[in-house]
Design a protein around this ligand. Sequence first.
Ligand code: PAF
Length: 289
Amino acid sequence: MFIIKQSKDLFRYLQKQRAAKKTIGFVPTMGALHQGHLSLVKKAGEESGVVVCSIFVNPTQFNDPKDFELYPKTLENDIYLLEKEACDVLFLPDTGEIYPSGITQTQVYELGYLESVLEGKYRPGHFQGVCQVVHRLIEIVRPNQLYIGQKDYQQCMVIRKLLTLIHSPAKIIICPTLREPNGLAMSSRNMRLSADEKQKAGGIFEALSYINKHMKAGPVKEMIEGAGNLLIQKELVADYVVIAKAEDLQIIDVWDGQTKIIALIAAFMGEVRLIDNMLLPLNFASYGN
Ligand code: PAF
């Protein structure tokens, strides 16, 4: 695996690959890699001629400076895991490489409603930061396919919108969430949880499963309350428990029994904020794939 730190070097390398008619699969990450990330790398390897993974903890998408500071960093292990997964290139830029003119935002991305709800509401500026970094990474990598995890469902929708806004031909591939044995969605942030907290954080999956099991046409209030109670029992403090249309994240109070919907939860376990979701009824094909 090549480790490339400068965008001009990566650009040059990828131009050669393109000239050799290889397609480029790209997995953007912030490191602290887990099996979920590796499943994206694997899928990219199956579908692309060259796989590029980036590791860059993007300062502009953290609305909470403490969260940025405490974001886990495990570079040596990340490199080991990527080599094992047959990743071709690790792009490891520094802040100057990604933001040559500084981190002050110059371009505003018109995300509309998507930015005003759920993660957009609870983490002001977060999605602008995601767009800033993903836009820059796409300019450098110019991928044919971009692989991201369904765990960050709203981010998937934001990136899809970004691709349209910047007229990128890259295809977004949304990959299923991988889970721990107790159902906890794999996330780099889980590294900040104690064993006991990890166990209790499985309550998020229990709450989503509760909604899935009890979902029926009509008002969704009872499902939301039932899920909320399960979170409280596990000492999870919820920012939100909602059911929304899978297509556009419009939050619903009443389900017609047909529209594809998604349950979404954000909750704190101690100081760590976790998010997860479940497309309902479970097992219908992932949105966008
Ligand atoms: O999902 C992430 O890890 C980040 O938001 C991303 C897409 C790599 C942008 O920094």
